[in-house]
Design a protein around this ligand. Structure first.
Ligand code: 2YJ
Length: 272
């Protein structure tokens, strides 16, 4: 899994209202609505859950390669944007956990170099960022497409993010065309699922030839080649780096950002 860098974070728009407007333009839904759609939660259910939350705590973790400047603050910023009371703990690591529990936080979020979790301390529900990220980028694609039932959706990359996106879309009636450059991973994925509506393809170009709706859940830059770009390609891209070169991005309908959508989906899923 890619470890976020401060350069990645610098790409997160500072103004969440602007980011939200861009999401609405692209998908007709804002961040909260997409996160609710991802979790299958109504606005009414959200309001009722929200009223039970006195604090969501974000705990900086210094383990491994250490603190990423701005990470915890950006996580807290997006949670506050969704309307949940949120703070970054003053202390880090285990002491930060103690602080969160002491102050009665119902939900905590923290990340080391490998894993980023939201934990509901009351229900004991644990939500993994990779899973939540795959699902919300799938929901964004579905919102753009209107309805994915019977549509072919391409999924590039079958790690935890790509698999979560695949399951979310499959459960909503999509047909999937999938590719992972690790052939063993692709074979294992295909043998673990009902193949009826899922087809394994031999490369990125084959996916792009097959469909204009694609999830890029790879960690490989530049894999999407200019000569395969269709004008109406919708690319929902949780993967870092982006699979399409920067200058080409105006040519596609693109949803790509490194943090906010995954965090929104995590915290909404952790409410139950
Ligand atoms: O608290 C901090 O500042 C750091 N320990 C944050 C570390 C962030 N962790 C990562 O970037 C991991 N690769 C997990 C992120 C999952 C993104 N899908």
């Amino acid at each position: 899994m890619t470890r976020l860098t401060s350069q990645d974070l610098a790409k997160c728009p500072d103004n969440l209202t602007d980011f939200n407007e861009r999401l609405v333009k692209a998908t007709t839904y804002g961040l909260l609505e997409l996160a609710l759609m991802t979790a299958g939660m109504t606005t009414l259910e959200y309001k009722s859950s929200r009223s039970t939350i006195s604090n969501v705590a974000v705990i900086p973790f210094s383990t491994g390669q250490g603190i990423i400047n701005g990470f915890s603050n950006k996580v807290a910023q997006v949670i506050s944007f969704l309307g949940l009371p949120c703070t970054v703990t003053r202390r880090m690591d285990v002491a930060g956990w103690g602080e969160a529990v002491d102050r009665g936080s119902e939900i905590v979020l923290c990340a080391d170099d490998e894993t980023f979790l939201a934990v509901n301390l009351e229900s004991r529900k644990v939500v993994n960022n990779s899973h939540a990220t795959g699902e919300i980028f799938a929901a964004a694609l579905s919102a753009y497409a209107g309805d994915v039932t019977g549509q072919i959706i391409g999924v590039l990359g079958l790690g935890p993010v790509g698999r979560a996106a695949s399951s979310w879309l499959y459960a909503r009636g999509a047909n999937l065309a999938v590719f992972d450059r690790d052939r063993e991973k692709q074979t294992a994925f295909l043998s673990n699922c009902d193949r009826g509506r899922i087809e394994g393809l031999s490369g990125v170009d084959a996916i792009l030839d097959k469909t204009g709706f694609v999830i890029d859940a790879t960690n490989s830059g530049g894999i999407i080649r200019t000569n395969r770009l269709k004008k109406d390609l919708f690319l929902s891209a949780p993967g870092i780096p982006l699979g399409i070169e920067g200058p080409l991005t105006p040519m596609v309908h693109l949803i790509h950002e490194p943090l906010y959508m995954g965090v929104a989906a995590m915290v909404i899923a952790a409410l139950n």
